[in-house]
Design a protein around this ligand. Structure first.
Ligand code: UGA
Length: 450
């Protein structure tokens, strides 16, 4: 099939490359000329395991900034652009609206095509985009009878995006249109039925998943995405709330999470306590869900509590630091980890950066190291005042305290004894509990988990 994906961010590029791998002819479109140039030279604009290797394969995969160059042959068009948060928590729909307008303006009349929304959009936006595209197509007397629409939310995680794309737990298709459903099912059939040849550029799971396919309406598909992300976020917040109480009562949170996760109904995932959730999805989607509910005067106290507990984790950490250092004015803090989680170079909406800002607001100098996130942090956060440092040992030089803010396995293998000798005082705040079970590595420190 001929496929166009609009947007080459995490969702767009992984979808485009995976669809090309399973035999489709794919165009990736983006307004960002720099990204498209990189992709044309087969270089991924994001750091994602296996993606560069996949792009180097001889696939039928092309890139352009000009939708008109590829749209006329498309059987399926994906909208996979971002929906970042506006200051009031609502999702910014400017990019999805502009993609819909581009599609509507560029499609030739009578073009038989299925338009699929993969972007995470608030409830009702699929319908709004459909109306917009139909309006554009019929404005000059065009026929929109051959247009089909579906919502197909994406569940991939940064850092394991290809793994999640090739081996998904579920595949959700939201549409009342039988043709749109059949097109999407056929497009992804090798993945849904797990019949594709397993790629060697990512670590395959020991067992192929039994991917479940759910057909529903567009609104429910939109809600499945938000409800899933926010459920995972509140699972983490719950673990964090329990961890706070465990600390007071003398419980061992590692064992508590383990013990809870042994119940199949609870499962062991997303019970890792620490600095809380960040990234481009959970913070944005929880706020968007609250904002949608507010429009209907509907309270969501559980979701609100998950957000509040997540914020409180940052305050808890700062208070722990204050308990040891008394004041932060003039203190030097080494921060290990800037990305919002390990295995990615993404430093956007990272709790680590929030912590750095709060410490600096209270007068500290923050010297930060990250195994992969420094290059992006130096660009995005160049004006914040964080001192970026390529060498963890240098970052710890003269530090009054050290905080592990991202659980990079790399920090297990640094020379902690040496780092200790560089520091002024030996306070180690392990805000991700990375070394909780290996405290012998940091025996020279006064260790404090979160
Ligand atoms: C999340 C979802 O997991 C994906 O299913 C979804 O497709 C994606 O959002 C999206 O909407 O695009 P992602 O943001 O890449 O994926 O990262 P996660 O692995 O879910 O982690 C999110 C945050 O939760 C990170 O800051 C991580 O450190 C934190 N976390 C995760 C914890 O604090 N504890 C845990 O036990 C797990």
């Amino acid at each position: 099939m001929h496929v166009v994906t609009i947007g080459t961010g995490y969702v767009g590029i992984n979808t485009a490359a995976a669809l090309a791998y399973i035999g489709h002819s794919v165009w990736g479109v983006d307004v960002d000329a720099h990204k498209i140039e990189m992709l044309k030279s087969r270089k991924a604009p994001i750091s994602e395991a296996g993606l560069d290797a996949l792009l180097r394969l001889p696939l039928d995969l092309s890139f352009t900034t000009d939708l008109a160059e590829c749209i006329q042959s498309a059987d399926v068009i994906f909208i996979a652009v971002g929906t970042p948060s506006l200051p009031n928590g609502e999702a910014n729909l400017a990019y999805v609206m502009s993609a819909a307008e581009d599609i509507g303006r560029t499609l030739k009349p009578d073009h038989d095509v299925t338009v699929v929304v993969k972007s995470t959009v608030p409830v009702g936006v699929n319908e709004m985009l459909e109306r917009k595209i139909r309006m554009c197509v019929t404005a000059d007397g065009g026929n929109d009878a051959y247009l089909h629409f579906a919502s197909n939310p994406e569940f991939l995680r940064e850092g394991t995006a290809l793994l999640d794309t090739f081996y998904p737990d579920r595949f959700v298709i939201g549409t009342k249109d039988d043709i749109a459903y059949a097109m999407l099912y056929a497009l992804f059939e090798p993945i849904i039925r797990q019949t594709f040849e397993m790629p060697d550029f990512i670590d395959a799971p020991s067992k192929r998943p039994e991917t479940q396919c759910l057909r529903t309406d567009q609104i429910s598909a939109e809600m499945i995405k938000y409800a899933s992300n926010v459920f995972l976020a509140l699972k983490i917040s719950y673990a964090n709330e329990i961890a706070g109480l465990a600390e007071k009562l003398g419980g061992n949170m590692a064992d508590i999470s383990r013990g809870m996760g042994m119940d199949k109904r609870i499962a062991p995932y997303f019970l890792q306590s620490g600095l809380g959730w960040g990234g481009s999805c959970f913070p944005k989607d929880s706020l968007a869900l609250l904002s949608m509910a507010k429009d209907y005067d509907y309270e969501m106290p559980i979701v609100q509590a998950a957000v509040d507990v997540n914020e409180r984790q940052k305050t808890r950490l700062v208070h722990k630091v204050l308990e040891k250092l008394y004041t932060l004015a003039g203190k030097r803090i080494a921060l290990f980890g800037l990305t919002f989680k390990p295995k990615t170079d993404d430093v956007r909406n990272s709790p680590a950066v929030d912590i750095a800002c709060e410490l600096m607001r209270r007068g500290a100098v923050v010297v930060a190291h990250d195994p992969e996130g420094l290059a992006l942090a130096r660009v995005i956060y160049r004006d914040l005042g964080i001192v970026f440092c390529d060498d963890p040992e240098l970052a710890a030089q003269d530090a009054d305290a050290l905080i592990i803010a991202t659980e990079w396995p790399f920090y297990r293998s640094v020379d902690w004894a040496k780092i200790r000798t560089f520091m002024r005082t030996p306070f180690l705040f392990d805000a991700r509990n990375l070394l909780r079970d290996q405290k012998e590595l940091v025996s020279g420190f006064e260790y404090c988990g979160l």
